[in-house]
Design a binder for this molecule. Structure first.
Ligand code: C2E
Ligand code: CA
Ligand code: CA
Length: 534
């Protein structure tokens, strides 16, 4: 029968419990949900009291902490872990790293790390098979102490996992200052369903941890839905009842033998020259550059057509944010701004950048709305570069320029060009457009009126030669021009006497090419040659 012991009973029986193996260790596997392989295990303390039955840590850990017995208990657990690893190694088993919990009172104890090293040496277990779990709450009252312990553990070669991440205690700041190697995210701290607010919080935490390039293990995962969801947001390591409850040593060894193993992999494959993690640190040089020197910049993730902005700098807001706040920008779907068709253009650019691993750019129009200023349409030139990638998600760095003014200027120019064309109708200039691939010619209004040409002339220039606009002695030369246009000549010009009246005209062609240099159209004009002497 299981019954709660009171504190005094608990303390009185502690020494005896250690001596008689009433306190013992259970092991819970950590699994890669994508492959089903075991990546490690966690050692958890249990107390089976001869009278009171099984006691769980929630009942006795805080009592042991209060009475300064926790270090002794934790070292006992650690010794059991070392003993198990040594035994398995000796038996020729494939083993996985086993993590042990370090109470914050262990951190306050200056000798603790030396003590574990003594035990490890006694059992001669390679440090790579042992991992330390420290909780975020150990940082209450400052990170200096815990940070020095983490450094010491690192020097000795231990991998350090941050336990119970997300449980409070200003998680983000702790993470920034603590150099942990793996983060454990407890699903149970994030109440609510994964489709709602809880899911959003989890996904942004996972998002951010990727940014720090730190692998995440999701703890307390009980259902396949939770595991699938975690995998979908890039967290494939799972510890929880779904795969296994904590089990006693014998059963754990059976699992060790029956389940395949693999190591915990890095969170993402960062492009080697970039240390994206530094962008997270507000004091880093990278952040300084990000904020002050690069112009408008954003960092965002991209996955199957979906984008999410992680960070923007101040200049980004000035450049393209119009009157929105940073929070507005971060909370809105970036695609919502794009005008029809330009979203695809941007996605194509991202896909190009993924392939080329180089900078790619595009120009897109966006409609921005703000409470104070209403709607505004802006044109943005973006230079994008992929800086990191996980299995199915990419991280991009984008620099943006607001080129609306230039675009509008270009439009004005285009407009004045159009006006020029109208004006040319007023003077003695004839103009036409020649489509090089189809040999179709479209004359201007004046050509149609004065020369009786239809709006579309096929097989140009033959009809013009036939009706005598180009006289027979110039026919071959004019045909040759069109051959040259086909071959990609950029400009052609000559004085040609036109029509039966042989009136001298300055005839010109200018060719338009596509991006590949293929000639598309030639613009022809014929201007009356004005005799200066007359
Ligand atoms: P923890 O380090 O976060 O350990 C994970 C706890 O979650 C374990 O509880 C484990 O049994 C439980 N758990 C794992 N998967 C699931 C799941 O899918 N659903 C649910 N509901 N629970 C799950 P446990 O063993 O009762 O330990 C509770 C806490 O006590 C631990 O939390 C840890 O903070 C502390 N603790 C356990 N063993 C030790 C130890 O050896 N030393 C120290 N200092 N603390 C320990
Ligand atoms: Ca733990
Ligand atoms: Ca935990």
């Amino acid at each position: 029968m299981e019954k709660r012991m009171n504190e005094q009973e608990l303390l009185d029986s502690f020494d005896e419990a250690l001596l008689n193996n009433h306190i013992f260790v259970v092991y819970q596997p950590k699994i890669n949900h994508a492959t089903g392989r075991m990546v490690g295990a966690e050692a958890l303390m249990r107390w089976r009291h001869p009278e009171y039955g099984m006691q769980f840590p929630s009942e006795f850990i805080s009592v042991l902490e209060k009475s300064n017995l926790i270090c002794k208990a934790d070292l006992y657990v650690f010794e059991q872990v070392c003993r198990l690893q040594r035994k398995c190694i000796d038996e020729g088993r494939h083993i996985v790293p086993i993590s042990f919990n370090m109470s914050r009172y262990d951190i306050y104890n200056n000798n603790y790390v030396d003590e574990i090293e003594k035990i490890r040496a006694k059992y001669d277990v390679p440090v790579k098979y042992l991992r330390v779990e420290i909780t975020e709450s150990s940082a209450v009252g400052g990170v200096e102490l815990i940070s020095s312990v983490v450094d010491k553990l690192h020097e000795l070669g231990y991998i350090v996992e941050m336990d119970d991440f997300g449980s409070g205690y200003s998680s983000l700041n702790v993470l920034k200052d603590l150099n942990v190697d793996i983060i454990k995210l407890d699903m149970r701290f994030l109440s609510g369903d994964i489709g709602g607010r809880g899911g959003t919080i989890i996904s942004s935490i996972v998002q951010m941890t990727k940014w720090l390039n730190t692998p995440v293990i999701a703890e307390g995962v009980e259902t396949i839905e939770q595991a699938d969801y975690m995998k979908s947001i890039g967290c494939k390591y799972i510890q929880g009842y779904l795969y296994s409850k904590p089990v006693e040593e014998k059963e754990f060894i059976e699992k060790l033998d029956s389940i395949e193993h693999e190591p915990v992999g890095p969170a993402m494959d960062l492009i080697s020259t970039m240390d994206a993690g530094k962008f997270w640190n507000p004091e880093s040089l990278e952040t300084l550059i990000f904020n002050n020197y690069v112009g408008g910049a954003a960092i965002f993730t991209y996955q199957n057509g979906k984008a999410e902005i992680l960070r923007i700098n101040e200049k980004y807001i000035k450049e393209v944010g119009m009157n929105q706040t940073e929070a507005d920008i971060l909370s809105t779907d970036p695609w919502a701004y794009y005008v029809e068709g330009d979203k695809q253009k941007y996605i194509d650019t991202l896909e190009r950048a993924i392939k080329s691993r180089d900078e790619e750019s595009c120009e897109t129009w966006r409609t921005i709305y703000s409470d104070c200023c209403g709607e505004d349409r802006i044109c943005v030139k973006s230079f994008v570069r992929m800086i990191g990638k996980t299995e199915d998600q990419y991280i991009f760095y984008a620099m943006v320029q607001n080129i609306t003014k230039e675009k509008k200027m270009y439009e004005d120019l285009y407009e004045s060009e159009r006006r020029f064309r109208f004006a040319s109708e007023q003077v003695n200039v004839y103009a036409w457009e020649y489509d090089i691939s189809t040999k179709e010619m479209r004359p201007c209004f004046r050509c149609m009126r004065d020369l009786g040409l239809p709006p579309l002339v096929k097989n140009y220039p033959e009809p013009a030669i036939e009706v005598g606009i180009f006289p027979p002695d110039y026919a071959d030369m004019y045909r040759d021009w069109h051959r040259q246009l086909e071959e990609g000549v950029g400009t052609l010009e000559a004085i040609i006497p036109l029509t039966v009246g042989r009136v001298p005209f300055h005839v010109r062609y200018t060719t338009e090419f596509d991006e590949n240099g293929k000639p598309l159209k030639a613009y022809g004009s014929a201007a009356l040659v004005v005799d200066d002497k007359s």
